[in-house]
Write a protein that binds this ligand. Sequence first.
Ligand code: SF4
Ligand code: SF4
Length: 465
Amino acid sequence: MKSETKPGKYDLLENDAVRSIFKSRRTQFLIQLPGVLFLVIVVLAGFYGIQNSNMNFASISIWVIWWSLLIISLALFGRFWCLMCPFGAIGDWVQRRSFYKRVNDTFSLNRRWPARFRNLSIAAVFFLVITWADFQFNLVNSPLNTAYFIVALLGAVVIVSIIFERRSFCRYACPITGLAGLYSMFAPFELRSKNRETCKTCMEKYCISGNEKGYPCPVFEYPGTMEKNTHCILCTECAKTCHKNNISFNLRSFARDFLTLSRTRTDEALFVLVLLGVTVFQTLIMIRPWTGLTTDLMIYTGAGYDSVRFILFIAAAAFPVMVYSAAIGISKLFDPKVMFKELFTGYAYSIIPLGLMMHLSHNLRHLLEEGTGIIPVISDPFGSGWNLFGSSGYAPVPLLDNNNILLIQWLLVFAGLGFSISAGRGISRRMFRGNEAGYIPVLVFVFIFFVFNLWMSGQPVMHKH
Ligand code: SF4
Ligand code: SF4
């Protein structure tokens, strides 16, 4: 089937080679395999390697390289990471008792995920707990705790896969699923049905039920109505099962989901705001004013550093929700007929590009300043004196100086502001009858975070985490 004419999109599945890659059952396994091997090395290095984060493969590869590349890849390729994720791979292999062959009999109770938790609530709690654990247990600087963390997460994935159907963990519980889903809306790739009418009239709906060529969608999506990248983990199963060849994988312009979005969700909107607060907090604790602020608060309240940091962490996560609610309250004055909830959820998506670019600029600093630390540890992952590739003696240096990093950070955040404004105006036009006055309070909210982020990125860095 030929694609519908969709201006500004190019269906990569029109290419025979790409289509055969999507249709092959081995594809995902071959992409997952290096990820699983990587995870095994990380865990071994964490448990048995030297307990110095600058000399251990586990710390540098996970917290500097992987975490930075994850955010970059979400912006550029969407949820490509989910296609190769070793946690999801191991969950699938246990559940299916097969690496890539289609089997009917699964090793799972196949329970349905509880209806009241079919949202981002558990994922949000996990995300906050893990971000907090990062500070409290010094995950980033402890190879051993990094290994424990990975094993615990893997255990959770396997247990959920054995109890619940398909990739319930990835859809509802993975600590990065909210972040990955919302950021991937910005990416210039999308998997969609070619023609919605074909799906509407399709009786078999193998994308939902599966057939001998592939599994039903592991994350309970229906390509026939999918309009954003948020939940699709790019597993390619629907491209295999669809007997009408009605799946496309489009190259498109950046941030396109924000211009076409019509269905919004409160859990996603809240996640956007909490994520924004956590992103700010992560930068805040690295800069000099943080030291003064925490010292003052400790003296004023008599509380210890951990307690003060915890309170500020919770405040940082809650602050955007409160300020944004106030902005929406004002916005409602301009558009009294529209419900508060509609305005709240609708406009929240317009904040994602700025939040993504703030996150990206934060992680890019880590990558550019600390990324070359991977060169010696690749040769000596356990810090035990090996020199596998002849690079163990390399002394890491930043890839760029501070001024150039700052310039890139500012450019990214400016781009994020531009995309956010364009998304906000688009949402106002499509969802709120072009009432641009109603968007102004949200614009002010976005601008406050934009300016604050510019200020933070210009402050001297005191701690790396
Ligand atoms: S099987 Fe194909 S045509 Fe049928 S509903 Fe699914 S994606 Fe659409
Ligand atoms: S929509 Fe298709 S590619 Fe996306 S997760 Fe579902 S089956 Fe996989």
